[in-house]
Design a protein around this ligand. Sequence first.
Ligand code: ARG
Length: 450
Amino acid sequence: MKNIDFEQFIGSFAFDTRLAEVDITGSIAHVEMLVKCKILKQTDGSKIIAGLNSILKSLKKDWTLPKEEDIHYAVEKELTRRIGAVGGKMHTARSRNDQVATDLRLYLRQETDNIIALINEFQTTIIKKSEENINVIMPGFTHLQPAQPVLAAHHLLAYAWMLERDKERLTDCRKRINVLPLGSAALAGTSFKIDRQYSAKLLGFDGVSENSLDGVSDRDFAVEFVFCLSTIALHLTRFCEEIILWMNPEFGYIKIADKFTSGSSIMPQKRNPDCAEVIRGKSGRIFGDLFALLTIVKSLPLAYNRDLQEDKPPVFDAVDNVKLCVEVINEMIVTLKFDKAKTLKSTEKGFMAATEIADYLARKDIPFREAHGVVKSIVEYCIKNSKTLSSLSLQEYNKFYPKKYPIFDDDIFKFIDLQNIVAKKTSEGGTSVNSVKKQISLLKNIVKRK
Ligand code: ARG
């Protein structure tokens, strides 16, 4: 028979020690409330708070709490070791059930703010890169096939807007995190005349939970939080996928600093986009964290069940990995360089002016459907004869619509000029330099406000 440590199996000390600080913060507020409500004598309260502060100080010096069933017991045991039996009064009118729910909310509130700050930093980098590359034209794709030319800045900024919505989601989730369950006690509330509003005020919560059963057993705030992190991870996978594609020599659109890549042990020519790949891969575990959490809470009867303790590893894992990924991608994008000549060449190759030619004919009163067919034949002709749309002569163009001869004028060449195509996309949110500059100033204001 193996010598299994059942106490360790039941407990959470192996993974919840990072809650030590918020646990102590919560306890200090609880004790202050007990003193204010005259449930605890002032002198006892002061001793407990001094003891808790001394533990906090030790923790900051890299000292670690001795092992217990969980972080809550560990702090209380250490407190009584330091100040004597009076430490045991701290747990009056409270249970570990409302305590742990409070700790998790305090922790997630902090991490929400940290992650929002990291995203802000990343958005600032994207904005800067967009400004640096405001004149770079690159192919825009649909179905990953050449579609229409766009500004590289426009493309980058699409990610800044995704991240903006990620921040909005986190900010909204924070409202539901910031509700205090403390005072729900084990499940039914308490007969002590406590003042929950006062505890909420001390801890900076917007309000208190209105149902004690819900207060101790609710983890939907954590599910929602990890969902918010999952959408961040999701957006990063899309960005990384494009970085990986753009770095492929067939595209050759960009370069990033060597430290974000690796070589191969056998193929000397290799420069692999490992950091981008790892970020793309990390999404798997972050989505997994979300599913783990959903499954842990699923079907649990009210109120607290020990299953809930398993919420911490996935939450912490998602926090650590999303923060790391945002930091890594931010540093990587700082070093991003576009190869302007390459992107332009690629844009010229893809017949991306075709829509403009169809529009040109439509402006001359030819039904768009018919114009579409004419341009399709022009493109086919180019492919067959290894020509580009800009290398065709006016005579060649005019052969394709003999009905109203000559329908094409010299101005067609201005119409298919890539710079001009982009410059004309002046609609709100479009890819013209002016529209993109507007986008940048809008984003700058939003990011500055946060
Ligand atoms: N360690 C537990 C958790 O993380 C908190 C303790 C609640 N335990 C209990 N027996 N009611 O959820």
